[in-house]
Design a protein around this ligand. Structure first.
Ligand SMILES: [Zn+2]
Length: 504
């Protein structure tokens, strides 16, 4: 018996020794459908993980921080020109910077801060700061999709620029908006001093933070002090680290259908407003050529007709001195914060055309903008130095839900009105100048893209259930109409002179 048993054991050992070595099978991460549905937080992470697994030679994921409810704020880095990219020639690989660094904690990775000639070639895109603006998250994911799964179509920008994209800055708020209250805008950190929950992350950055009014019960509550929120601290840490490399920063919001440049906190224009305006106009023209949708461009305070302090775009442009920074408010008033799912891919694709064009334009403008020797920032009229971090507002009993559009500019005293009129006159002047150079700079369509008649969508992009009617017929009934958007009630579209809501 013992002999037989010994023989059996030996045979099994020999078998295992002689068997060919099979590599451990990697778990394949399924790919969530980003183009036709609003994803959950977990599915968004799954998509990012899927891409890292599929394109390890140029895609990296970084965790920026944890929210109050312990969700991760994640960034995806897409960096074609790196020394680990096996698709590059050996010579180019040798000249390219390495792909990532190890964070000070020794556990996670962080993007490499490039030196020398590779400086200032990073585009930073962020979305999902405001919980209810679901379409911004899908659009950021579409940018990621274009730069990874469709990388051959976008190789021109990938060869020039590195991308860092944060598709969901405020995951706690987003999950709350998805499951409990679709109108929720802020994050979900409760305040010790009151029954109210949440801070507007786009009022919490440290740039004249104390100059705007703010009440804890409002949708636009700025927080107890600058960077009081985990989400804004996570963003700040990454932005500060990368600031010397950033060329163009883009903040996605909805639904003003406009591309805006600083300042938001005051009514002055920055020194390089012409370049910023030209950058915004390049995006506007690309989208118009793509499917006829008309964006508006201008400064934040001009287009929203109010000042907005503590926003990320002002912080990046004013404090970090990034050469170019814009806010893009996606369409549209008719579609709202959460357009029907049939519109997700159309808005994503048309926005990508605009964003890609702005990325190219930012690269062309990079040598014209030198921010180092600028005069000090203009001060907002209501700023009280030394009073930072003190919330002086009295609390009122109205609920968060009753202030769906937020807004601290509803009450206006006659004094303020006078000030506004003067500023509007200045902005009218600026708009006239903008119109001037728009005409002298005709937009050149990217290769292979045919110009479409204004107001008509390409057939393949037509939504199955269009939420708005378009007047596609001309007066003689033969098509090629003026493309005026009609709402489902047949009302005319919003006039370009109407102010936006507080959606930024
Ligand atoms: Zn927003």
């Amino acid at each position: 018996m013992a002999a037989i048993s010994k023989r059996n054991t030996q045979t099994a050992k020999d078998r295992s020794r002689d068997a060919p070595i099979t590599p451990l099978r990697r778990m394949v991460i399924p790919r969530p459908d980003i183009l036709h549905t609003y994803l959950e937080y977990k599915q968004i992470n799954q998509y990012l993980e899927y891409l890292v697994q599929r394109y390890p030679h140029f895609v990296r994921m970084h965790t920026l921080g944890l929210t109050h409810e312990k969700r991760e704020v994640r960034a995806l880095e897409i960096n074609w020109m790196n020394s680990d990219n096996v698709e590059l020639s050996p010579l180019i690989r040798e000249q390219s910077p390495r792909s990532f660094d190890i964070a000070p904690n020794g556990k996670s990775t962080v993007p490499v801060v490039h030196q020398g000639e590779h400086c200032r070639k990073t585009v930073f895109i962020e979305a999902g700061t405001h919980a209810r603006e679901w379409i911004t998250i899908s659009t950021a994911l579409n940018c990621i999709y274009q730069l990874t799964e469709r990388y051959t179509r976008n190789i021109e920008v990938l060869r020039k620029l590195r991308f860092i994209i944060v598709p969901l800055v405020n995951p706690d708020g987003y999950e709350y908006s998805r499951t409990k209250n679709a109108k929720w805008r802020k994050n979900r950190r409760p305040h010790k001093s009151s029954k109210f929950v949440g801070t507007d992350c786009n009022r919490n950055y440290d740039i004249f933070w104390n100059s705007g009014p703010s009440k804890v019960n409002r949708n636009t509550y700025k927080g107890e002090c600058p960077f009081s929120e985990p989400e804004t601290r996570a963003m700040r840490n990454m932005l500060n680290r990368m600031s010397s490399n950033l060329l163009f920063f883009l903040s996605l919001h909805s639904y003003g259908q406009s591309i805006m440049y600083p300042w938001g906190y005051c009514r002055d224009n920055p020194l390089y407003w012409r370049e910023l305006s030209s950058l915004a106009n390049s995006g506007r023209s690309a989208i118009k050529s793509y499917n006829g949708r008309e964006y508006r461009t201008g400064s934040i305070s001009c287009l929203t007709k109010r000042t907005i302090a503590g926003s990320v775009v002002d912080y990046v442009y004013g404090v970090l001195k990034v050469p170019m920074a814009l806010v893009m408010e996606l369409p549209s008033r008719e579609l709202g914060f959460q357009p029907p799912v049939e519109m997700i891919s159309q808005i994503g694709h048309e926005s990508w055309y605009g964003i890609r064009e702005m990325c190219k334009r930012s690269y062309d403008l990079r040598l014209q903008i030198v921010r180092e020797n600028e005069p000090p920032l203009p001060r907002p009229p209501r700023f009280e130095a030394g009073n930072e971090g003190v919330a002086t507002e009295t609390l009122t009993a109205s609920t968060e839900e009753s202030t769906a559009a937020g807004g601290d500019c509803a009450k206006s005293k006659p004094k303020k009105k006078r000030a506004k009129r003067t500023v509007r006159a200045t902005h009218d002047e600026i708009l006239r100048i903008q119109k001037g150079f728009k005409a002298s700079e005709p937009h050149v369509l990217p290769e292979g893209i045919q110009a479409l008649p204004a107001g008509l969508f390409p057939r393949q992009l037509e939504p199955r259930v269009p939420p708005v009617k378009r007047s596609g017929l001309s007066r003689d009934g033969r098509g090629g109409g003026d493309g005026v958007i009609l709402t489902s009630h047949g009302k005319p579209p919003i006039s370009s002179t109407m102010p936006l809501g507080v959606f930024l």
